[in-house]
Design a protein around this ligand. Structure first.
Ligand code: HEC
Length: 448
């Protein structure tokens, strides 16, 4: 709060032209894990918990959602532009990386190897390679010209959270749960083990990495932001109170931004490493950050479905107050037990109204009497399309008694069970009352 006023005061003194960026990007149906602005053409990509990648066209004060890229079977964690902005690559909790054609919105290729989370993706400065950080302790390297997986780098002793290419293209850095910062020399050998060394070992896990001239910036679980040179010398730039969750470098390399789990946000000049700005995002953790081409606007993603722009020059714009937001994660007062179950366990992915609001799952409106996988327009998994289940009290209860992975194997609904029979019954009762009656044409033999 204090920072917001400080910033406001500073802005009034400095004045300057108003920024043209729209205040927010509205269209995702779930929290946004990553945001990235193109280096030309005014486009922005977003990766969301709603299983989709968003492609946005920004012009003056307007943002248009050009495509929702559908193909991942779980939350999308990160995304990057390729090929001069004509393609993109995204990574997901489903373990895969997908290469997209941004004109048609179609998937061109899919890489994964294991169904273990893929958290971070980076493209080499020459645009030829992509590196993917996986929780199976490996870094996948994809040749984007031949569209082949060229390497799976092994060395990290725990899950890999972050990857970054050196600015001069001479190396790839990786870091993760084991706290070691590894540096892999490029180009990788055609065969055999890729040569690499540990630049730094530290007690705390590494969450995020961003290359800068002569080294790499590390954002760690203990809240520290470290600038590590290629000789392994580290300098602590700042220490947040909570884990560092996001790092961004401006296109010209002159600014670095970092965001933390408590919503704190800092911007530095990279030459002097002097702090330029400080913000507080009252809405919660900072998960994604990106500078616009000019380095005058910072895009901010987090727990909310909307992405916000923060002007770094000119008159400041306050971040929205939490009360303005539909905080689906915060329980409302006075809910019955079934409504609470729905609110806590389902509402992040499902609505109860005819509109699915772009959430990860289909709307549950008129669920009872509906055949599984039958809502027109929703991109179901083959498992649900092929299923002959009809949703009723018994089948919905069974779904959470045994779990979606057992009742509908191959589904993209996450594994979850409600083992307490009382809670399960309360949820089903609530859904019966709240989903707007029987599906059209439903079998009248269903229990009302
Ligand atoms: C993280 C997101 C997520 C959460 C949380 C979630 N679901 Fe789902 N749900 C999905 C997705 C995605 C599908 C589509 C599955 C597919 O196509 O395989 C789905 C499908 C369904 C279906 C089948 C609908 C149809 O049209 O056939 C039902 C019923 C359902 N969910 C109920 C629930 C309930 C009740 C809860 C809370 C206890 C819940 N879901 C929690 C993502 C979620």
């Amino acid at each position: 709060m204090r920072d917001r006023f400080l910033f406001l005061a500073l802005g009034l003194v400095l004045g300057g032209p108003a920024q043209a960026a729209p205040e927010r990007l509205v269209g995702h149906g779930g929290p946004v894990k990553a945001v990235v602005a193109a280096e030309e053409g005014g486009r922005v990509l977003t990766a969301s918990f709603d299983y989709a990648v968003g492609l946005w066209q920004i012009s003056d004060s307007e943002a248009r959602l050009l495509h929702r890229l559908i193909g991942h079977d779980a939350a999308v964690n990160d995304v990057a532009f390729l090929a001069g902005g004509r393609r993109a690559i995204s990574v997901s909790d489903d373990g895969t990386a997908i290469v997209w054609d941004l004109e048609s919105g179609k998937a061109l290729g899919r890489f994964g190897e294991t169904p273990v989370k893929a958290l971070d993706v980076e493209v080499s400065p020459d645009g030829r390679l992509a590196a993917v950080a996986k929780w199976d302790r490996r870094v996948l390297v994809i040749d984007l010209e031949t569209m082949t997986l060229v390497s799976a780098l092994e060395g990290n002793r725990d899950r890999v959270n972050a990857v970054a290419f050196a600015r001069d293209g001479s190396a790839l850095y990786s870091g993760g749960g084991d706290g070691s910062l590894r540096r892999w020399s490029l180009p990788l050998p055609d065969k055999g083990i890729a040569p690499h060394g540990v630049l730094r070992e530290q007690g705390w896990g590494i969450n995020v990495l961003r290359a800068v001239a002569g080294g790499v910036v590390v954002g760690a679980v203990d809240g520290s932001v470290l600038v590590v040179s290629d000789e392994g010398e580290a300098r602590e730039l700042f220490r947040f109170e909570r884990p560092v969750m996001a790092l961004a470098r401006s296109v010209d390399g002159s600014q670095l931004a970092a965001g933390a789990g408590d919503g704190q946000l800092r911007v530095w000049e990279t030459g002097s490493w002097e702090e330029r700005k400080a913000f507080l995002n009252d809405l919660g953790p900072v998960w994604g950050l990106s500078f616009d081409v000019e380095g005058e606007v910072l895009w901010l993603a987090g727990l909310d479905d909307e992405v916000y722009s923060l002007p770094l020059t000119g008159p400041p714009r306050a971040l929205p107050e939490p009360k303005e937001q539909p905080r689906r994660f915060h329980l409302r007062e006075g809910l019955g037990p079934g409504a609470r179950e729905f609110q806590r366990k389902c509402s992040v992915c499902h609505t109860l109204t005819p509109d699915d609001a772009n959430r990860a799952g289909p709307t549950l409106y008129r669920l009872f009497g509906r055949r599984a996988g039958s809502l027109p327009g929703y991109p179901y998994s083959q498992a649900l399309l092929d299923s002959d289940i009809v949703w009723n009290e018994e089948t919905v209860a069974a779904l959470f008694d045994h779990g979606p992975d057992v009742v509908t194997p191959g589904t993209k609904m996450p594994i979850q069970r409600i083992t307490d029979p009382g809670r399960r019954a309360a949820l089903v009762r609530f859904l019966k009352g709240a989903t707007g009656g029987l599906a059209p044409g439903a079998d009248r033999g269903l229990k009302e």
